[in-house]
Design a protein around this ligand. Structure first.
Ligand code: ADP
Ligand code: ADP
Ligand code: ZN
Length: 217
């Protein structure tokens, strides 16, 4: 399955992608995670991405499309993948179409986790991530058993630098302007489905799996 997981910042894309990775044994491709790894390693890519990420704006399309093209060409994507947080602009969606054509692949489904703006700042500001294994928590909605400590690996939890109220406001306005138009783009090609992302995490997973079961079956 070649899946695309969409939704505004903080909607739960990463959280749900991890569940789908487990169930369908296909890799998650998160441009945000790739940029954060590059920033941490101090690579050229990281330098290009950092200022945009800190400001809550999008990394330029040519940079983003380049890393996705390289990633999708790897062997582990041959049996399917979950794109998480890419595409975020219509330009990126068009570039993705070309990349997939070249690889002789087609998107199976576009899944949008729909969450109204008033939920999203609280979700992002309360988000915590494990330094050790990258697992995502929330101080209120998905709290670890021991405060600031990962249930899986015992690692310490940290907060993303861009998960502030101020940066989130910017990210939400960028979403409205640049990313929301993708809904119509994918509706037109008949691949689009949405689930109600205001529900508890397990319920959202169940609905996504129901959608995918009907595709598979
Ligand atoms: P969120 O969890 O808010 O959806 P991500 O982790 O996906 O955020 O992305 C964090 C930041 O990385 C974005 O604010 C943006 O600066 C950059 N980024 C991630 N994906 C893309 C993309 N497809 N195009 C441009 N910039 C991106
Ligand atoms: P995204 O990748 O779309 O930015 P995340 O998966 O990182 O979103 O989720 C953002 C925050 O909201 C995290 O702290 C996560 O634990 C929490 N979260 C995810 N899904 C839900 C949900 N259905 N209800 C409440 N909180 C959620
Ligand atoms: Zn961990």
């Amino acid at each position: 399955m070649q899946l695309l997981l969409m939704g505004p910042p903080g909607a739960g894309k990463g959280t749900q992608a991890v569940k789908l990775v487990e169930k369908y044994k296909i890799p998650q491709i998160s441009t945000g995670d790739m940029f954060r790894a590059a920033v941490k390693e101090g690579t050229e890519l990281g330098k290009k991405a950092k200022a945009c990420m800190d400001a809550g704006t999008l990394v330029p399309d040519e940079v983003t499309v380049g890393i996705v093209r390289e990633r999708l060409a790897k062997d582990d994507c041959k049996g399917g993948f979950i794109l998480d947080g890419f595409p975020r602009t219509v330009e990126q969606a068009k570039a993705l179409e070309k990349i997939l054509d070249e690889l002789n692949l087609k998107l199976t489904k576009v899944l949008n986790i729909r969450v109204p703006a008033e939920f999203l700042i609280e979700r992002a500001v309360g988000r915590r991530i494990c330094k050790g294994c990258g697992a995502t928590y929330h101080v209120k909605f998905n709290a670890p058993k021991v405060e600031d400590t990962c249930d899986n690996c015992g690692g310490k939890l940290y907060q993303r630098a861009d998960d502030t109220e101020e940066t989130m406001k910017k990210r939400l306005s960028v979403y409205e302007e640049s990313t929301r138009p993708l809904i119509e783009y994918y509706e037109k090609v008949g691949l689009y489905t949405e689930v109600d992302g205001r529900q508890p995490i397990e319920k959202v997973t169940e609905e996504l799996e129901n959608v995918l079961n009907s595709v598979e079956g």
